[in-house]
Design a protein around this ligand. Structure first.
Ligand code: COI
Length: 355
């Protein structure tokens, strides 16, 4: 795709929020990117327009059958005045994996990265500068054809919106308390768990509400069949450090393959920390805790970066991890990842692009 991206600037720029109280995903910038897809024509009319509500037919298929996928990325300010993006190619690869699973047409990754750059550049003044903040980038695709037949839509819209954000969890890097979910299931092999599909998050909300009522920040998901093996936590992948070794559930068709997960594995390997991707059961975690070998647990994700886990509740068992403190590996990973993302540390892996 080589179409020119048209730009229509807003005549009413919004007031910017206080960088110290951004929260997550509550403020949106002045512009958004929109591109249409029509069967037979492909993706067309890429444009940057003032941020505004969109108009859709009530019969638009996304409302009825949930053909919707998204990505999450972040832009960081560099001291040179440039903007850094972290591994956008990986997000584009995954977007097309999600598209394929949901019957949504493929997009050109390089073109969407170009659109992201142009949009971020248009709203450059919205990139927050305070430590721990960034500009969250949310590309998403929805089925727009008005039709109640259950099939792939003939028309779609790809939109990109931007949100200045602080920490995903109000706890920041403080360890969170997590409920291990033994009744509900997030995803099963053959389903859509590996895709970044809106429906996966819909499937997670009731358990998350229940957990919140009990004072937990998030839910840890187990495998759908045996309810034994650990899958992922809330909107993150999960890692455990047991007896000096870092273990994360292997990609199995129902777990989302996180870009942060992949980056954490590469960092650990480069530090010579043994890291294994394999099945890991709650029983193994409990036994490691009882024998004093469970050193750390942490979630990884674009939004949260690294989120240490201080407590896990599994049925009647309470597992306390690292006395509720931030673990050494969690802290080192957080510092290294955010250091690379913001350009404070050298980017030995060539993960960032700047513009
Ligand atoms: C991310 O980490 O970027 C996510 O997509 C998680 C989320 C749904 C906020």
């Amino acid at each position: 795709m080589n179409e020119e991206i048209a730009v229509q600037l807003t005549s009413q720029p919004k007031e910017k929020p206080d960088e110290q109280h951004l929260g997550f995903g509550q403020y949106f910038t002045d512009h958004m990117f929109v591109m249409d897809y029509t069967d037979g024509q492909g993706w067309h009319d890429p444009r940057i327009v003032p941020y505004a509500p969109i108009s859709l037919d009530p019969a638009a298929m996304v409302f009825h059958y949930g053909q919707a996928v998204f990505e999450g990325m972040k832009a960081f300010p560099h001291e040179s005045g440039k903007v850094l993006l972290f591994r956008p190619d990986q997000n584009m690869q995954r977007l097309n994996i999600s598209n394929d699973r949901l019957g949504i047409p493929e997009v050109s990754g390089p073109f969407v990265i170009k659109a992201i750059q142009k949009l971020v550049d248009t709203d450059r003044s919205w990139i927050p500068q305070a430590p721990g903040t960034s500009l969250y980038i949310r590309p998403f695709i929805i089925a727009t054809e008005p039709c109640l037949g259950v099939r792939s839509s003939y028309t779609y819209q790809l939109l990109i919106i931007l949100s200045p954000v602080g920490a995903y969890y109000s706890e920041g890097l403080q360890p969170v308390k997590i409920n291990v979910e033994s009744s509900y299931t997030r995803a099963v092999q053959g389903g859509i768990g590996f895709a970044k599909a809106a429906g996966n998050y819909a499937a997670s909300i009731k358990a998350q509400n229940d957990a919140k009522k009990e004072g937990f920040s998030q839910v840890l998901w187990l495998d759908a069949i045996e309810k034994k093996y650990i899958e992922e936590v809330g909107s993150m992948n999960i890692f455990f450090k047991i007896n000096g070794q870092v273990i994360t559930p292997a990609i199995n068709g129902s777990i989302l393959e996180g870009v942060t997960r992949r980056s954490v594995i590469a960092l650990l390997q480069s530090w010579g920390v043994p890291v294994e991707e394999r099945k890991i059961s709650m029983e193994e975690v409990l036994q490691a805790s009882i024998s004093g070998q469970l050193d750390e647990a942490f979630g990884t994700g674009t939004a949260a970066v690294i989120s240490p886990v201080g407590e896990l509740h599994w049925n009647d068992q309470e597992i306390h991890i690292n006395q509720g403190n931030i673990g050494e590996i969690s802290q080192r990973l957080y510092d290294s990842l955010t250091g690379i993302q913001t350009g404070r540390l050298p980017d030995e892996f060539n993960w960032t692009i700047s513009f």
